[in-house]
Write a protein that binds this ligand. Sequence first.
Ligand code: BES
Ligand code: ZN
Length: 443
Amino acid sequence: MDPLEELTSFLRFPSISTQPEHALDLVSCAEWLREKLTAIGLTATVYPTPGSPVVVAATPRDPAKRTVLIYGHYDVQPPDPLDGWTTPPFEPRIEEGRIYARGAADNKGQILAHILGVAETLREKGSLPVNVIFLIEGEEEIGSPNLASFLREHREELACDLVAISDTAMAPGNKPALTYALRGIAAMELLVRGPARDLHSGLFGGAVANPATVVARLLASLHDGEGRVLIPGFYDAVRPLEPWERAAAADLEKASGGDEAIKELAGVTELFGEKDFTTIERIGARPTAEVNGIGGGYQGAGTKTVLPKEAFAKLTFRLVADQDPAVILAAAEEYLRNQTPAGVLLEIVTGHAGAAYQSDPNSPDGLAARKALAGAFGAEPLLLRDGGSIPILATLKEILGVDSYLLGLANPDSRIHSPDENMLIENFLGGIRMNQILLQELA
Ligand code: BES
Ligand code: ZN
């Protein structure tokens, strides 16, 4: 079958892990993968978990060969806001060299490129130069809540020499890149409860603390005017950049159009953030606190003179080595509680968390990964620290004891998590070649 047709079928599943009503779509999508992986000659299993199933597929284990575990995820982020899409998110559309759909780049196009690369080598040569294990989960976008225990239970079946992942992006300008560091993440929700019911803002305004104002003040207290986080101790464990890393960031900046290219991608007229660091450093090597959502009070048309009984905010911290997510969440909670006025109740619920991850781009496997990217995309890969997170990376290291190498295939303008997510078809097809070279180089 044509690779693009296969990708189209994969993209039709609305495998949205955060929405319980899509649980069966996740199961069908996992089953589709099992059939695909079986059809190319691997032994594939769909393992149920308390959440979405995990798909594992492997070649027979030849003890004389090294073993590469290829990780990916078949779950996707919600497609919202739906009115931002040119065509429906689960009806893939091909136009001007791109395929558009939720999951096109994150992560279905990227993981399928690896599957098809393995299929191609098996068809051409009958066997692979290394043992391969695919581990494809359905809960990455919600912080992989069931994967750590799965890894512990299946430690022997998953034993390997390294992990290869395509779930990141190329450098600006769509230049090939090996991502050697990703940020960690820690999520938190705040709910401020005040009066017993919504009140008339004239009769009670000035007499009681307004929960929406309290949330706003708490959120505003997170940063100074330049974007530096004010939580005491927040930066204490941050590992400084090595000189070679600053040089790699400068190379990247030169090769990729610098701040202008980032402005263009973000659709802003000015960038904003901590001074003393370049934008590339701020994205990849500095921790942040971001408000992801905020709400409370009247949201309808017109005005309503109300003093809302409650208000909320959703936050995530992006972390770098060697910040500990639990320490950061505790420090944030203490800081916010100390500022909460009497008369309101601050409820804090912490969510998923995962530490930052770094691997060595100059290790033998790092060099093999760079050769594979160069061979498939025709240019020496840049070295990238990216700002997104794959929270399971630190756990893979802890439980399986191996390093992960990130060979991103998404185009920088793939709009992952946004409307009109897309993947350049040349990146998808290049990814198939990349996998073939990679397995050869890793042997
Ligand atoms: N594929 C992304 C992570 C990514 C994308 C890293 C581009 C670097 C460059 C992944 O699927 C993702 O979105 N992860 C979430 C994790 C979270 C929901 C726990 C993230 O980073 O927000
Ligand atoms: Zn994602």
